[in-house]
Design a protein around this ligand. Sequence first.
Ligand code: MN
Ligand code: MN
Length: 465
Amino acid sequence: MERPNAWKNYNDADKKAVFQFAEAYREFLSKCKTERECVTELKKKAMDAGFIDMKEIIEKGTKLKAGDRVFADNHGKNLALYIIGTDDLECGMNILGAHIDSPRLDLKQNPLYEDTEMALLDTHYYGGIKKYQWVTVPLAIHGVVAKKDGTQIHVSIGEAPSDPVFGVSDLLIHLSADLMNKKASEVVEGEALDVLVGNMPLLTNDEDDKKTKDAVKANILLILKEQYDFDEEDFLSAELEVVPAGPARDYGFDRSMIMGYGHDDRSCAYPSFAAMLEIDTPKKTAVCLLVDKEEIGSVGPTGMRSRFFENMTAEVMHACGNYSELRLRRALQNSKVLSSDVSAAFDPNYPSVTEKKNAAYFGHGIVFNKYTGARGKSGSNDANAEYVAEVRKIMDDNGVFFQTAELGKVDVGGGGTIAYILGNYNMQVIDCGVAVLNMHAPWEIISKADLYEAKKGYIAFLNHA
Ligand code: MN
Ligand code: MN
């Protein structure tokens, strides 16, 4: 049983649409490298498209009706969008879920130090990474510094061609005799992922200053004060994320792919969001949930395990004039979900980790994973066969190219997503998403056709599930 290659079935108009959508996504990916940047950008796009902030709806006591579009921003790191359907909310929602956090290096709370006249920032990595991939690549610093007076400083250094970049050093091959014999998991230790940020001591004419201890660090602090207006103590209340520097790029002679940072899971989040902008008033209320903290277990107020979505759905129901606790329970239980996260694309360099009949291939469309998990499907949301049948009919009826896959061979590894958390409400949930090469590396790769088919699949689901 083989699934068709989307590229082989596209006409010129299809190809044009594929490349156009990919270009919009490439720009988004280049611009939005943190969960906060994704929320800020998508919120702006949503407002331009007529979505209203739930804060305003709640404050003014505005009534919502079919066709109304609203969004809720959770601490600037998690976004929920709703399009009110013609059916009562109690009948359930059609939900697209994806995450907008990606693996990276986070600055520690007390990060800046000087060693042998080099200034460095200490980090703690976020999410599952092969640490040796993060050395010697140009890195940028994105994030916010929250000051005691309530103001916020937004930082993004390393993206403009005129900006400096940063990086983690690696040991030269000439002196790596011992290092080369280490296991890959130990060759670069987590505590060694410190980012080099300066080497020039602060110099003044004052003789006392020449004796300043840690003059390189002092110079960096001066630059931070002058250019960004924050002090060393302000690092205590900052979220600064070290990410690969530079834009996402077309990949391959044929430009059929995109290399970028954070395809996991923005290659699902962006088309989910785009689908919301493209649909008319649906029968079932359409929802797009973009969550944070998936890479570290979906915990905390902005992760999928937070009550934020449930609470906000209660608010939306209330604004529709038909809230009750029981109706809310029914709305949740009657919902259907495409829980989107990236899949492992088949890699000809590493064929042994996948089982070919049940692997995801570039260009074969959106990937459905009936289950994820590891070692005997452990920890997985195993979608009901009846629901898989419904979803596959929707895809077929709407000409969406799709494939099915497992994440690798049995017992080779595995992974989890947010699917099981929505499953806890007794919703019908299936994992799906875009296939990725180099998953969790600084630069990941996707196929433009798969990105496009994901969006088509999401639109079909919102309109027909
Ligand atoms: Mn993911
Ligand atoms: Mn991931």
